[in-house]
Design a protein around this ligand. Structure first.
Ligand code: ARG
Length: 457
């Protein structure tokens, strides 16, 4: 049991208490960030004349050797230390003696852990952003290839109007683009350095907090030392953004599961991204999509958990806040895994264009356009709506599509119909005439693809 305190205690900590309190099993995840923060702190202390150049050299070399030895496996991070901060400091003192005891000058574990968590989170925000970029590139490639791949668009999971695969994919492009913008916002808002805030009230040493912030590539130093050690807003914001990413991935997964079903067969998930059944030999299951959908719950759980933890905490630091780590790490790892796997699944998925097209032709997805045809020939929209309603009923009875009826049959329902109706309600016309920006028409789609290509470049 190696801990950084004990002077005022007369008894050993109970072993159960020690274990309950310890965080090394999970905060070793930011070992690198802890070293990085200490290096910057020492650099600043020396510049301010609080440490000598020689002490700075000894400490920096010592930290480097600890980093090296952990990386090569020569030094193991074990649970004999309370947390990663104690591990580093204890090993430093063991290696360099008295100079090591000066590392913590003008610092508390409260601002240290606030810094480590921020550094770790900041890196992960960038990584997740990059993973999302690759997902967007994959979606955009599918869009470019499928400007004329017709499929039904749905509302209420009922066929509504024809669209294209490019258009459907484009909806997800916008969602993940917003997700990236949210991450950028979080990065910018969180990018202030808490180090130098001490336990809660700053320190009496002449620290140069701006310099430390600069060394660690922050935009500046935080402006209130109590807030600095008690702020976990950025964790909450990140978990909220991650929850939204998972919500998007989950919706997309749900659609792929439906599209991959025996009834739809719009897509075929690649063998490499499917799994079999131990009993039913014919099965090929969309497990990856299902797991992504399922894992959404645990990321939401992390968000609710940290919100609940933070709601009752008086200023400034309280140990409750140690609970931010495991769930944040888990949510980050979950999202990274899901985005990467989902991208791979999309890249290898086959789209059955013929089946999509046939499906779009059935189900009266051109009914609105048939009504618009009548409107263009002088019928009021409300009357046209009624006429086409009757027409659909007739088609259902005859088991035919609108454009499969003869002109006589059409005229029997409304004499306004002429030969040109077939062209007006064809799948191509229905889509191609929708040319306003954001609509599925090929011109509009090309424009959107162009804009989004610029965005990704
Ligand atoms: N492991 C602690 C945490 O994650 C480090 C800070 C400890 N500070 C303290 N005053 N006990 O929050």
């Amino acid at each position: 049991m190696a801990q950084l305190w004990g002077g005022r205690f007369t008894k050993e900590t109970d072993k159960l208490v020690y274990n309950f309190n310890a965080s090394i099993s999970f905060d070793q995840k930011f070992f690198h960030e802890d070293i990085e923060g200490s290096r910057a702190h020492v650099e600043m202390l020396a510049r301010q004349g609080i440490l000598t150049a020689e002490e700075k050299r000894q400490i920096t070399d010592g930290l480097d050797s600890i980093l090296r030895d952990v990386e090569t496996g020569a030094l193991e991070i074990t649970d004999e230390y309370e947390d990663i901060h104690s591990f580093v400091e204890a090993n430093l003192i063991e290696r360099i003696g008295d100079a090591g005891k000066k590392l913590h000058t003008g610092r508390s574990r409260n601002d240290q852990v606030a810094l480590d968590m921020k550094l770790y989170t900041r890196n992960e925000v960038v990584e997740i952003n990059n993973l999302l970029k690759r997902l967007l590139e994959t979606i955009l490639a599918i869009m470019e290839e499928n400007i004329e791949t017709y499929m039904p668009g749905f509302t209420h999971l009922q066929k509504a109007q024809p669209i294209t695969l490019a258009h459907h994919m484009g909806a997800y492009f916008e969602m993940f683009k917003r997700d990236r913008q949210r991450l950028d916002d979080i990065y910018n808002r969180m990018n202030y350095c808490p180090l130098g805030s001490g336990a809660l009230a700053g320190t009496t040493y002449p620290l140069d907090r701006e310099y430390t912030a600069q060394l660690l590539e922050f935009k500046g130093a935080t402006l209130n030392s109590m807030d600095s050690v008690a702020d976990r807003d950025y964790v909450i914001e990140l978990l909220s953004a991650l929850s939204t990413i998972m919500m998007h991935l989950s919706r997309f997964s749900e659609e792929i599961i439906i599209w991959n079903s025996n009834e739809y067969r719009f897509v075929e998930i690649d063998d490499a991204y499917s799994t079999g059944s131990s009993i039913m030999p014919q099965k090929k299951n969309p497990d990856i999509a299902e797991l992504v959908r399922g894992k959404t719950g645990r990321v939401y759980g992390a968000l609710v958990s940290i919100l609940t933890t933070m709601k009752g905490i008086p200023l400034a630091y309280n140990k409750d806040m140690q609970e931010d780590k495991e769930l944040t790490f888990d949510a980050i790892d979950t999202v990274k895994g899901c985005v990467a796997l989902f991208t791979g699944m999309l890249q290898t998925m086959k789209f059955n264009k013929e089946i999509m097209r046939t499906s779009a032709m059935k189900g009266f997805t051109n009914a609105t356009d048939a009504a618009d045809y009548l409107v263009n020939h002088g019928v009021t929209f409300r009357d046209a709506h009624g006429i086409i309603g009757r027409l659909v009923l007739y088609c259902i009875e005859k088991d035919k599509a609108i454009d499969e009826l003869s002109l006589e049959e059409l005229k029997a329902i409304s004499p306004v119909f002429e030969e040109d109706v077939y062209d007006a309600v064809s799948l191509e016309t229905c889509v191609n005439k929708r040319t306003t920006i954001g609509a599925p028409g090929p011109e509009a789609m090309r424009e959107v693809i162009h804009i989004n290509k610029e965005y990704l470049s």
